[in-house]
Design a protein around this ligand. Structure first.
Ligand code: ADP
Ligand code: MG
Length: 299
């Protein structure tokens, strides 16, 4: 069923209710169609990856480019290659097909240089919650690694506090990391990505474990980074709806690329059927944005 018309999207899937997330007209659409020079920060050509053990093609024939400052969602069902793509961008995997470049460099050849541009929020928790470190240490370790000990302790502490303030965890800097809620831990991991002052943020399902309040905080923070700090933002999402109003582009995957483009081009019944293998209902909100109801379509 495709629901077309002026329907109110339920609050649970809409960002319209917040009243703060309308995208300025200049942010929508593809800059390459406007005659502006295209300055692609991330570029993939026929990109693919095949795991050998067990033999699995995780990604094939992916073509996309991300301009500096754009906000992009990567979506698709479970096992569609989203995390594999992120690992290729970070140079943690080397393409078995095609090429990918970040700031003109192949991550496979310039892994450290590329990783220094990127603040990465991994899908799975990589900090052992049993280890007795506090929130400040979790974030501070990233700053120490990034700047290779070149910052004095006072400066590290200042940057850590600034990053924690951004995710509204400034008051919890001294708390044991393991004592935080799932949503607070997720926000601490975002602070860890921000503390290195990245040009690019890549977050792999940052909303997976978070409560509604943290969810909205993270959306607002990503939008602020994109709008005010010109950070390029790539977010892997199960549910694209909280971001639909602020996205420039959507990359829809199902191992192969279904489509990459503006949300209104990509989030159509035919494309979602191709990605999810079943009909995905779509709501159109008062502002005319398409809201695919992909929750529950992932298995
Ligand atoms: P997504 O993030 O979209 O859920 P992934 O990129 O994690 O998808 O996985 C894509 C495909 O690659 C899946 O079929 C998955 O089972 C497979 N895969 C992921 N990691 C490995 C691995 N280390 N070895 C073999 N196959 C893998
Ligand atoms: Mg994944």
């Amino acid at each position: 069923m495709r629901v077309v018309g002026t329907l109110r999207v339920p609050d649970s899937v809409s960002t319209a209710g917040s009243g703060t997330l309308r995208v300025p007209a200049t942010r929508t659409g593809d800059k390459s169609n406007t005659g502006e020079p295209v300055n692609e920060l991330i570029c993939a050509h026929n990109l693919g990856y095949h795991y050998s053990q067990p033999s699995t093609t995780a990604l094939a024939g992916v073509d996309f480019g991300v301009d500096s400052g754009q906000f992009v969602a990567i979506m698709g069902p479970n096992g569609s290659g989203k995390t594999t793509l992120v690992k290729l961008l970070l140079g943690l995997l080397v393409p078995t097909q095609g090429t990918v470049t970040v700031a003109g460099k192949q991550p496979r050849d310039a892994r450290l240089e590329v990783q220094q541009l990127i603040g990465y929020v991994p899908q799975h928790e990589s900090v052992n919650a049993q280890i007795p470190v506090n929130v400040r240490d979790v974030v501070g370790m990233a700053a120490q690694c990034r700047y290779d000990g070149a910052l004095d302790r006072k400066e590290v502490r200042r940057r850590v506090q600034a990053a924690l303030d951004m995710v509204e965890l400034g008051d919890l800097a001294g708390r044991p990391y393991g004592a935080l809620s799932g949503g607070q831990q997720q926000r601490a991991l975002i602070a860890r990505a921000l503390v290195v002052d990245p040009q690019i943020i890549i977050a792999d399902e940052p909303f997976a474990r978070v409560d509604a309040l943290s969810h909205q905080n993270i959306v607002n923070l990503l939008k602020w980074l994109s709008d005010e700090k010109q950070v390029t933002v790539l977010v892997v999402v199960h549910d694209v709806n909280p971001l639909v109003h602020i996205l420039n582009k959507v990359l829809l995957l199902n191992t192969e690329m279904v489509l990459y483009g503006a949300p209104t081009e990509v989030l159509t019944s035919a494309n979602l059927l191709q990605a999810y293998g079943k009909v995905v209902p779509i709501l159109v909100c008062d502002e005319g944005f398409l809201h695919p109801l992909t929750e529950g379509q992932h298995d």
